[in-house]
Design a protein around this ligand. Structure first.
Ligand code: AMP
Length: 547
């Protein structure tokens, strides 16, 4: 076992991390801290979230600050306000016993005047999102001319979120003589460019293999119809009363729809997506952190930086298109050495994606079954019964009252009483939803149809003439085409998944350069465009109109 005290940190810093309950340094901390403390060098740390990166740069950063010098000495750039706030909280905790170190996080989406006011007092370390930082520098609220350390945290994510120009602008106006510490989960070409253009012979530390997924995560999937996803999800939530989960959806609209549907049924869930104001986001995160709600429906971007230790489940309501996002998503569970489950609600088109994830991330998915309502009831009743037997019963019950109740029960046997109690509890649980088996069969039997839906190479050329619909058709236009890598097969799947229509209800599909046309059986045409509302394709709103 290694110790923080061997890394060369100042006694006051050691005292604060001891108080925080950090016992021994994580791998990135062991490797990075001695370099960052002892050498005045540029640095690259390749590590995914949840590995203790913040302390790896935060502890040496605190030790490098001269509290008695009244100017900004370090800038930490982070992709999201959530991450920025978390870094600030950790740095404040690390510097609890270090005199005079003032830390502030500034980020977009919050009132800038309040931040300008807070900046009037010297902040030794500023944590910022790129856009807001540039704004504040232009307004002369922040002076970076004397900074000695620049930290780029989750640099890959900053680029993914489109902050490339902002990053270049910031890197061009910070002083030459500073050191740059760059942390990233992956080493993309754009990151390499930043390293080449702005860093000098950096020392590099790499934790685990590229894109390695946390070993404590169990990857599971169920195979169901796309239209059964919500019911399947509800059954998993019902089965496990201790579930604390983030449910990943593809669009803002999906997060809102899912959370409002489930809320109506009494589940403690809220949505978190990019359109929330800072206040709304803080409110939702507050509800989640205090266990007032135990479920969050989130988009990928909005879930960035969520660092809640006790998340038991990450649920992929829709799998991401980008494999890296799967690693990021599942990394929200199994934090700080705990275990977690990453569960995919897979419809047929996701099976190929699961295979691809297994191959490229070197992980194994276990296929599990969606529980039947009777399994759920059984498990809940057993939990209830176990809870009853272990419940503390210190509160004194008046002897007289006990006598009365005993008299009432006198004519019942123990078996009859247990029967009554259990059946009352079963009534309380009720049966939400139907009694169907939602699990789809893994079939090779129905081969032609299966192949055409499986997402395999063959289905690119899939001929759907054998299932041509009959009746009057209505034609629609969609504002994506070959330019967005649309082909007939993937468009057909997409239309079915989003609209809930079956292939049989869709007619001719024509894909052009920038748009596509498809026919839908006339009885299903009404209200169809609205089913595609709120879908974002590469930053552009998808539009479906009669065409
Ligand atoms: P990070 O990767 O910096 O986001 O850290 C993930 C979580 O692990 C945070 O909640 C940290 O507070 C916690 N953490 C970081 N380093 C340690 C450590 N050495 N011991 C225990 N917990 C840690």
């Amino acid at each position: 076992m290694s110790y923080f005290s061997d890394l060369g940190l100042a006694p006051n810093t050691l005292k604060s991390i001891q108080e925080m309950g950090f016992e021994s340094p994580s791998e990135i901390q062991q490797k990075a801290i001695p370099i960052l403390l002892g050498e005045n060098t540029d640095f690259i740390g390749l590590a995914q979230t949840g590995t203790g990166k913040t302390a790896a740069f935060g502890l040496p950063l605190i030790d490098s600050i001269q509290g008695n010098a009244a100017y900004t000495q370090a800038l930490v750039l982070a992709p999201t306000r959530e991450l920025g706030q978390q870094i600030a909280e950790q740095l404040q905790a690390f510097s609890k016993y270090t005199k005079g170190v003032d830390v502030l996080a500034v980020y977009g989406g919050a009132n800038i005047q309040g931040q300008i006011k807070a900046l009037k007092r010297t902040k030794h370390i500023i944590i910022a999102t790129p856009g807001r930082l540039i704004d504040l520098v232009k307004r002369r609220a922040i002076d970076l001319s004397k900074i000695t350390t620049l930290v780029l945290d989750e640099a890959d994510e900053m680029l993914n979120m489109g902050f490339k120009d902002e990053l270049n602008e910031i890197l061009s106006f910070v002083p030459e003589e500073k050191v740059t510490w760059l942390f990233s989960a992956t080493m993309s070409n754009d990151i390499r460019k930043i390293v080449k253009n702005y860093m000098h012979t950096p020392k590099e530390v790499r934790i685990g293999k590229k894109d390695e997924v946390n070993k404590n995560i169990k990857h599971e999937y169920v195979f169901i119809k796309a239209s059964d996803k919500q019911e399947a999800l509800r059954r998993f939530i019902d089965l496990d009363p201790d579930m604390r989960g983030i449910i990943f959806c593809r669009t803002k609209m999906d997060t809102q729809n899912l959370s409002s549907d489930l809320r109506k049924l009494g589940y403690g869930i809220d949505a978190i997506h990019g359109d929330l104001t800072q206040n709304q986001r803080d409110k939702v995160m507050g509800l989640f952190k205090t266990h007032t709600i135990n479920l969050l429906a989130a988009t990928d971007v909005a879930a960035r930086g969520i660092d809640v230790k006790d998340i038991t489940h990450v649920i992929h309501y829709a799998l991401p298109d980008d494999q890296e996002y799967y690693t990021h998503r599942s990394g929200r569970t199994a934090r700080a050495g705990q275990e977690g489950i990453s569960l995919t609600l897979a419809s047929r088109r996701d099976l190929a994606k699961i295979k691809a994830l297994e191959n490229s991330l070197k992980i194994e998915f276990e296929k599990i079954q969606v529980p039947m309502p009777e399994n759920i009831q059984q498990s809940r009743i057993m939990n209830w019964a176990a809870g009853l037997t272990s419940a503390k019963t210190e509160a004194g019950v008046p002897v007289e009252l006990l006598d009365h109740v005993e008299a009432l029960f006198a004519s019942f046997s123990k078996e009859q009483l247990i029967h009554k109690l259990v059946s009352l509890e079963m009534d309380k649980l009720g049966s939400k939803g139907g009694n169907r088996d939602l699990n789809e069969k893994d079939g090779k039997r129905n081969s032609r149809k299966e192949r055409s839906q499986s997402g395999s190479r063959n289905d690119q050329k899939a001929d759907k003439s054998f299932e041509k619909p009959e009746g009057r058709m209505v034609r629609f236009m969609m504002n994506i085409g070959k330019k967005e890598h649309v082909n007939k097969a993937n468009l057909l799947r997409f239309i079915c998944d989003e609209s809930g229509l079956s292939k049989r209800q869709i007619g001719t599909i024509e894909v052009q350069g920038k748009r596509s046309y498809f026919e839908v059986i006339s009885s299903e045409a009404k209200g169809l465009p609205a089913k595609f509302d709120g879908i974002d394709i590469n930053g552009r709103m998808l539009k479906v109109v009669r065409g």
